[in-house]
Design a protein around this ligand. Sequence first.
Ligand SMILES: CC(C)(COP(=O)(O)OP(=O)(O)OC[C@H]1O[C@@H](n2cnc3c(N)ncnc32)[C@H](O)[C@@H]1OP(=O)(O)O)[C@@H](O)C(=O)NCCC(=O)NCCS
Length: 156
Amino acid sequence: MSQKKSPKDSCVETSYIVLPSHTNALGGVFGGTVMSWIDMVGAICAQRHSNRICVTASIDALHFIHPLELGDTATLFARIVYTGRTSMMISVDVYAENPIRRIKAQCVKAYLTFVALGEDRKPTPVPELLLTTESEKQAYADAKERRKALLAQSRS
Ligand SMILES: CC(C)(COP(=O)(O)OP(=O)(O)OC[C@H]1O[C@@H](n2cnc3c(N)ncnc32)[C@H](O)[C@@H]1OP(=O)(O)O)[C@@H](O)C(=O)NCCC(=O)NCCS
């Protein structure tokens, strides 16, 4: 496979304002809306790393930790934490910021697996990760364990 690539080369940061069209009956954000934002930033991250069209193979974990309210700014950070042969695990963190009170809180933590497809629409190899910092190495080790557990679960 081609040269190794740093996670820094594919990370994604994007923000949205939570609008009335994004909310549920309680005035908080509708979970499915945030899930689609997460899927989108995860796919952009995977496609930047692989330079391929990528599909979501699984949402491995998704935890809503804190509510996002109408008018909040939602900021999403996606970074690649692990590569297999053709798959990539992407971590996505979502933060809420109230524009007036300036309070920031982490709202969601998610892990997703994407698979890169070749022109034949079959899974195709992706570049390995070039890990330089301790936090990148730790995130890779954690993701490797997470993937092992997921594969064992999917076989049972
Ligand atoms: C994901 C998909 C491409 C895998 O195809 P496949 O023929 O099963 O391919 P393989 O068995 O060769 O697996 C390819 C890789 O995907 C991984 N994979 C397959 N299914 C997976 C799942 N459910 N969760 C996590 N990883 C998965 C494999 O472990 C393998 O990883 P590796 O190459 O890094 O070791 C195929 O199942 C698919 O097209 N699914 C639908 C995707 C989709 O429509 N997503 C929503 C819209 S984007």
